[in-house]
Design a protein around this ligand. Structure first.
Ligand code: FE
Length: 138
């Protein structure tokens, strides 16, 4: 799979990533792993707030676009504009659209076209690749 190292603002070696990520985060974000379904606490999180990249902290999704896809992975119908990039993933004998952070290239999950209105898109994310920042009451 193509994840060009040169095109991202944040570039680190595997060793550098290992120093700041947990083994689970590293496996998903840097090695295109997939967490087991229904294991992320973020799957059932519906508080108001922002989901940022677990690798570099870039805001990726807001709670406004989160919904229960019943797949066991945190799902959204749209990302924050410009926050993600996609590439074609032909692994596992399927052709899927891989979703990664536009800033560090970290693998987040895949996007499918069976989502709800208004976009019809389902951004199926690994919770371990995200960090949730609850909105602070003002
Ligand atoms: Fe990132």
């Amino acid at each position: 799979m193509k994840t060009s190292k040169d095109n991202f603002e944040i570039v680190k070696s595997d060793q550098e990533w290992r120093e700041i990520l947990t083994p689970e985060q590293f496996n998903v974000l840097r090695k295109h792993g997939t967490e087991r379904a229904f294991t992320s606490p973020l799957d059932k999180t519906y508080d108001q707030g922002t989901y940022v990249c677990g690798g570099c902290g870039q805001p990726l999704f807001t709670s406004e676009t989160k919904y229960d896809s019943k797949t066991g992975w945190p799902s959204f119908y749209a990302p924050i504009e410009g926050a993600i990039a996609t590439s074609v993933d032909r692994s596992l004998f399927m052709t899927r659209t891989e979703v990664h952070c536009s800033r560090c290239g970290g693998h987040l999950g895949h996007v499918f076209s069976d989502g709800p209105a208004p976009t019809g898109q389902r951004y199926c994310m690994n919770g371990v690749s995200l960090k949730f920042l609850p909105q602070e009451d003002s």
